[in-house]
Design a protein around this ligand. Sequence first.
Ligand code: BGC
Length: 472
Amino acid sequence: MIINLIIVLVLAVILLTIWLNFRHNDVKWSDRKIDIAKLDFPRDFLWGAATSAYQVEGACDQNDWSVWERSFAENANPRIKGGQKPGLAADHWNRYRNDIDLLRQMGGNAYRFSVEWSKVCPGPGVWDRRVIDHYIEKCAYLNENGAKPFVTLHHFTIPAWLFERGGFEHPDSVNYFSDFVYKMAEALGPYVDYWATINEPAVYAMMGWVRGIFPPGKQDPGLAARVLNNLLKAHFQAYHAIHETDQSDADGDGVPCKVGIVKNITIFDPARKWWLPDWVGAKILHHLFNQSVLEAFLTDRFAFNLKNIVNFSQKIPGLSDTLDWIGLNYYTQYLCKPDRKSDFKIKMYPSQKAAQTDMGWAVYPAGLYRALQMIRLPGVPIYITENGIATEDETLRQDFILKHVEAIREAMLDSCDVRGYFYRSLLDNFEWVEGFDKRFGLYHVDFETQKRTLKDGAQIYKEIIHARGHKK
Ligand code: BGC
C-alpha cells in the first residue's frame, strides 16, 4: 500500500516537472536582421522621449528627495550613491527650449515630462505663479514646435511639507494631490490633452516602503499596500478633476483631455522552469508588482496579498472607468527563486544569458511584447511611456532600441492597440539613488558644461523616426 503511494507520488512529481518544463511562459523570438524601412507603423503613431522633473530640471530643493539627499541609512552610508546630489541636474529648467529642439531634430513629435509639485506648491495652499507660468510656456513651446506634451503629475517626488505629514501613507494626501491637479489642469489645460496622473505606483510603493531605498525608507509591506491604495484613489480623483477642468482641445482632435496612469511591468519568470517553487516565486512577484494594480482597474478592488505578510483588500468604486489610455514603462525581466534572505523571501536576478545594462538589468526585448499583452485592457489604448537603457556601449543601445521597437510592431500585429513610444531618457539624468553615473540619455550630457551631444547608439532612433516620414 505504502509502496503504491510512493510510486504514485514520484510519478506525479515527474509528470509535474515535465509539464512545468514545457509550460509556455516565453514567446518565440528570432534574432533576425531588422529592416528599418519595413517596420510598418501607422502615420499618427507618436515618437517621443521622456524625462522627469527631479531627474533633469535642477533646483528641486523643496521636495522629499531633497531631504533624502541629506540623510543617511542606518549603516551611516548616504542614501544616494557616494552622497551625490542632483543640484542643477541637466539644467532642463533653463534649457528646455534647446532640449525640445533637440528632440524635434530627431523627428520626435511628443514629449513626456513631469511637473514638480513642490515647486508649484511650496507650502500647503501656497501656489507659485512664476512656476506655473514656466510650465505654461514650456507646453506652449512644445505645441508651437510640433511636439505633443504628455504631462505627468506625480513622478516619485512630493513636497517636503507633505512628506512631513506622512506623504501618501496619509489619506489626506489624496485631497492635497487633487488640489494640485486642479491647479495644473486649469493652467495647462489649454495646451495639454494628454495627462498621466501617477508614475509607476507599485514601484514607488515598493522602493519606499518595502525595499526602503526611496523616501521614506521603510520596510513594511502593510504600509506599502496602504500607500498603493491611496495612490489609486489619488488617480481616481485626479481623473475626475482633469475631466471637470480641462475643457479645451489643445490638439484639435475633438477631445479636450485624455487621462491615464503609467504602469511599470517587469517580467518575472521562474529561474528553473521545471521547479514548482520557482514558478510560485515568480507568480507572487508578478501579483505584487504587476497584477495587483492592473486588476484593480478591471474589478474596482485593490487587493495586495501575501500569505502571513500582508493581506489588504479595498473597493475603489468606479476605478475601472478612469482610464482613457494606459502608459507602459518596460525595462527588463527577472528570474525568480525562493530565498529566505530576500524581500518577500524571493530572490530576483537577471538572466546570465542576456546582455546586461549598467543598471545590471537583462536586455530582454521579448519582454516588451509580453508586457504589452499583459497590460492590454478592453478598449484602452497603450502608450509606451518609458523604455530605455543605461549603457556606455553605443552598439548595445542601438541594438536595444531597434529590437524593442520591433517588439512593439509584433505586439501591434497581434492586436495590441499601441499609439506611441517614448524612449527614456531624452537626456542623461540624475538616476535617483544611482546618481549621475547611469547614462540612459539619447543625448549625452556633460554635467560640468551642460553640453548635449547625440549619442551614436541613439542615431538609430532618429533613423527609425525619419524613415516614418517625421522630420523637423
Ligand atoms: C522611473 C524613471 C527611472 C527609470 C529607470 C522608472 O522606474 O519612472 O524615473 O529613471 O525607471 O530607473
